[in-house]
Design a protein around this ligand. Structure first.
Ligand code: SAH
Length: 441
């Protein structure tokens, strides 16, 4: 109860940016790190110069100028206090500024402004925690999630910078952000690197190099039939209007060219590959289920990059509390990093997903896997007994459902209080329950 009240108070945690103490409220309310980067990059400054010039002089004239520029930028986007960008579907989207490029604190080959963060004591591990959800959520959602999760700023990453498919996600965690290492080999970064055989039928006027976010459903037969019919009744190249229509459908549904005038959805095994899962990870289930599970999952290489710091910290392996496990994106990432999972307590409501995880676990792991159906059923006494049995959890990981946050069905985009998305509060509740049980060990 004390923790709850404490967390509900608006705190201004001190952050240390490149050696300069800055107050979080200053950073959020007046200028964000990402906006600083944008301004500095637009002036062709190197990363080093960005760091040195933008953050070394937060108190002086430069800061005033940067704030002025960021205000102009917000105005251009029609923004409010934290900047608001137009959304593709015209809805009122998240007001927390999304960085551009969306590379988080760093990614292999990309560095954001160098940042050493000092987390509030209440937020530091053990346990480490890692929370994920869609980056483009309705207005105020990330601000609220952030407030609940100790005012730690989200790390927004588009997996497009690491693999051949976009996936814009926000991650809030208390992991160190230095000395990360990617899974090797690095995944293919373009469509043709991933699937060279599709070059054969790919029309030159379809210039996609990356897939859009892989979704939970795919194009129906009428969509692909209509494309084929439009193209076969046009010349070569087809008129601009037909090209535009086809390009739009191909981007929207992530279609690939599998024959003359023939576009088709990605197969589930191709999605497994793009998302970093082992081949046939979801095989044995119907296609609809496979698309759904894969469409909801982590991009393994992205998550593994963030989790890689755990390898040296836990040479003897880790114990994990995995909420909303899905098909085990977090577990696959840890395994690929070579981190032994001594025990995983996994909570996942979908039976097919549990079977997928169990089958992968039995083939690859020697540790203990305990499966629970519903986060709502996991109460303090049971959590305390697992904490006691495993000597605490090293990592509490999970991405709660985004059903009410993302997608084109605006009817159900009712924000964090929506039926599914409100499960975030269970993540928060369970994390705090683990923390207090561990404090009493
Ligand atoms: N990170 C996962 C996917 C998370 S998607 C992965 O890599 O696969 C959110 C998951 O939460 C879905 O798999 C959904 O089935 C599950 N879920 C929804 N409601 C739940 C509940 N009440 N308890 C546990 N899991 C739930």
């Amino acid at each position: 109860c004390e923790t709850w009240a404490f967390l509900k108070m608006k705190q201004t945690w001190p952050l240390r940016y490149a050696g300069v103490d800055a107050d979080l409220s200053v950073l959020v309310d007046s200028i964000s790190a990402s906006q600083v980067t944008e301004v500095c990059h637009s002036r062709n400054l190197s990363d080093h110069q960005v760091t040195a010039r933008c953050f070394d002089s937060f108190g002086g004239k430069k800061r005033a100028r940067l704030i002025e520029e960021s205000k102009k930028k917000r105005k251009r986007y029609g923004g409010g206090a934290q900047g608001k960008r137009p959304s593709s579907d015209g809805s009122d989207e998240e007001s927390m500024p999304l960085p551009n490029p969306m590379v988080g604190f760093n990614l292999p080959g990309y560095r954001g402004p160098s940042m050493t963060r000092v987390l509030p004591e209440l937020a530091t591990g053990p346990p480490y925690f890692y929370y994920e959800n869609v980056a483009r959520a309705p207005k105020g959602v990330w601000a609220k999630i952030t407030r609940f999760l100790f005012d730690i700023q989200p790390e927004f990453v588009d997996s497009l910078h690491l693999c051949a498919a976009a996936r814009k996600r926000g991650y809030i965690h208390n992991l160190p952000t230095e000395n990360r290492s990617p899974l090797l080999p690095l995944p293919p970064k373009t469509i043709f690197e991933a699937f060279p055989h599709y070059k054969k039928w790919w029309p030159s006027w379809d210039q996609r190099t990356h897939f859009n976010c892989l979704q939970t459903c795919t194009a129906s037969a009428p969509v692909t039939e209509r494309i084929q019919q439009k193209l076969s009744s046009s010349g070569n190249p087809p008129p601009q209007s037909v090209q535009k229509y086809v390009r739009h459908q191909c981007s929207k549904w992530n279609l690939v060219w599998v024959g003359k005038d023939k576009a088709a959805p990605l197969e589930p095994h191709e999605m497994e590959y793009l998302l970093g899962f082992p081949k046939d990870h979801t095989r044995g289930f119907g296609k609809t289920q496979r698309y759904k599970s894969l469409g909801n999952s982590f991009q393994v290489d992205t998550v593994a990059y963030h989790l890689s710091v755990l390898r040296d910290m836990f040479p003897n392996g880790i114990t994990v509390l995995s909420l909303f496990t899905g098909i085990g994106g977090g577990e696959v990432a840890l395994h690929k990093l070579g981190i032994h999972m001594r025990a995983v307590v996994s909570i996942e409501i979908c039976k097919a997903n549990r079977k997928i995880l169990r089958s992968w676990w039995d083939q690859t792991q020697t540790g203990t896997l305990i499966e629970i159906d519903d986060v709502k059923s996991l109460k303090d006494d049971e959590i305390a007994s697992y904490v006691h049995r495993f000597g605490g959890f090293d990592l509490v990981i999970g991405g709660s459902p985004c059903n009410n946050l993302a997608g084109s069905n605006r009817h159900h985009r009712d924000g964090l209080e929506g039926e599914h998305s409100s499960l975030f509060y269970d993540y928060f509740r369970i994390l705090n329950s683990v923390k207090s049980a561990m404090a009493n060990m």
